[in-house]
Each structure stands twice: as C-alpha cells, then as structure tokens.
Design a protein around this ligand. Structure first.
Ligand code: LMR
Length: 293
C-alpha cells in the first residue's frame, strides 16, 4: 500500500509513522511530503524510519514535489497546515490553509490511485477537506474524510471516567467548539469542545501523540469491510439529517451501511444547526479567499 503524508516533517507525523507501521503489517511504501525548507528534516525522518527496521516497509521517498509524491498513492494523510496557537480558533486558519488544500485536491485527483482514501487532519479539518474535494472537482468526494476520531476518543475517555461504559460514541458536526457528542451531558460536550485548546494552553503546541493515535484508529476503521459505525466527517450529500449537502460533516458512519440515522433530542437538533451554520460560514470564507484572487 502506498501512503503519502503531507506536513511530514512535523510533530504529528513524527508520532504517527511508528504507530502506523506498528499497527498495519502489510507491505507499505511511504511518501513523505513537506515544504522545500523542511527537506533536510524529512531526510532525518527517513533515516530514523529505516532504523526501525520494519520488514514490511518496502520504500520511503520524501521531498516537496507533491505531484511526484502523490502519484498512485492509495492513502493520503493531510497533516500539513499552519497550526493554531494559543488564543486562536481552528477556523481562524482558513485564510492560510484553504488555498493549499484546494491545490492539493486538484493534484490528488489527477495523479493518485482513483480509489485513494484521503484523511484531513490539518485545521480547520472539515473545511480543508471540502476544499480538497472541490479542488479535485468532486471526483474524490466520497473518498475524502476529516479526522473526528480525536474527538470521539476524547468523548470516550470522558465517558469512561464518568463510569459510562457504552461502546458506541458518536460526534456530530465540525471539529471545533460547536461539535457535539450524541446522547451525553453538557460536561462531556464542554470537555470535548475545549480539549484541543486546553492542550495548546498547557503545552504551548497542539496535540500530537493523541492526534497520531486517532489517525491510526480512524484508518483501521476505514479499511474494514464490516458493519461497524464510527464518527467520520464525510461529504454530506444525501445525508439523512437534513444537513446542507456540500459540507464535510461528522456523522456516525459505516463503510458498509453508510450514515446511521439516530434519533436526536430537541437540544441536539439545535446543536446540529449551530455546527452546520459554522461550517457554512467557513465554506463561505474559504470560497471568498479562493475565488477573489
Ligand atoms: C486538536 O483538537 O487537538 C487539534 O485539532 C489541534 C487544535 O488546534 O486544537
């Protein structure tokens, strides 16, 4: 399997690659992409990955030529984006990141395996994923998702701490402070909504190891052909919740059965509208930036 990673010289990638190679034992070729001034760091990372000595790692190539490195890839993991700092919201990054994702979406649709699976992690992840879809003229609309597993894992750990042992935990909407966890308390929602910012405040940088683990968890679910549902931000066309059909929105999703329609309370219906509205605004800002130049 050919796997490309953007923003590969960064810290999420540094945590991700060992986890990925530990979890997936089939033959893997890695294509590591970052900006031109990060090429030396990529070489260092390449050296370390070779030193892991994983027998199923068949090849590593790194550099800044996106067209060459996305060629025929089966999976693309989009980490590369300007990260937020203390006091910022993820949505504040749209102005910098929308154009990058639009450009990469075009290249991905042109050169990747036509069945490529792409996961967006760089923030604002949902709107960046939409820009990736639009850049590729919607050809990959059902093959691009945004990472919600970090929120799902956060919700699960908060529920576990509260002695709520349920297995299925689903998050809806945007990876932002408007996200909500299905069938839970205000405390759990507040925890999930603030967790990314709390980590930035405490560490000075955003979450890295937990994000890496969530990516691997997400991919494992996405590779499966069984009926399991997981929280994934997917292209919202024909969704059963009446959400705008041109967003990348988190629903309970199954590779086999599609979106699961759960009964929502009145309060959840209100939260659904709020998170949808936020994403529509982000989309509007991204499109204004892209098409005003
Ligand atoms: C997170 O949720 O930890 C990441 O999306 C990083 C961020 O900016 O919060």
């Amino acid at each position: 399997m050919k796997i490309a990673v953007t923003g590969a010289a960064g810290q999420i990638s540094y945590a991700l690659i060992p986890l990925l190679l530990e979890r997936f034992k089939f033959p893997i070729e890695l294509f590591l992409i970052d900006l031109e001034d990060k090429v030396s760091q990529l070489r260092g990372l390449e050296m370390e990955i070779h030193d892991f000595c994983f027998p199923h790692l068949k090849k590593i190539q790194s550099g800044c030529d996106e067209r060459a490195l996305f060629k025929e890839v089966d999976v693309a993991i989009f980490l590369g984006a300007k990260p937020r700092g203390p006091g910022m919201e993820r949505g504040d990054l749209i102005t910098t990141n929308a154009a990058t994702f639009y450009r990469q979406g075009k290249i991905l649709a042109e050169v990747a395996n036509p069945l490529v699976k792409a996961i967006v992690v760089g923030n604002p992840a949902n709107t960046n994923a939409l820009m990736l879809i639009r850049g590729g003229e919607y050809k990959l609309k059902n093959q691009i998702q945004a990472l919600m597993r970090l929120d799902q894992n956060r919700a699960k750990s908060a529920l576990d701490l509260a002695d709520d042992q349920r297995k299925e935990v689903y998050v809806f909407g945007n990876h932002s402070p408007t996200i909500f966890v299905h069938d839970t308390t205000q405390e759990v929602n507040d925890f999930v909504r603030k967790r990314g910012a709390d980590i930035i405040k405490a560490r000075g940088v955003s979450s890295q190891a937990s994000a890496a683990k969530a990516i691997v968890d997400h991919l494992e679910d996405w590779f499966h052909k069984d009926e399991r549902h997981y929280s994934a931000a997917i292209y919202s066309e024909k969704n059963p919740y009446g959400v705008d059909e041109d967003l990348v929105f988190s629903f309970p999703f199954s590779n086999k059965k599609g979106i699961l329609k759960l009964p929502l309370s009145q309060e959840e219906k209100q939260m659904l509208l709020i998170t949808e509205d936020e994403m529509k605004k982000e989309r509007q800002i991204a499109c204004t930036i892209l098409f005003s130049n």
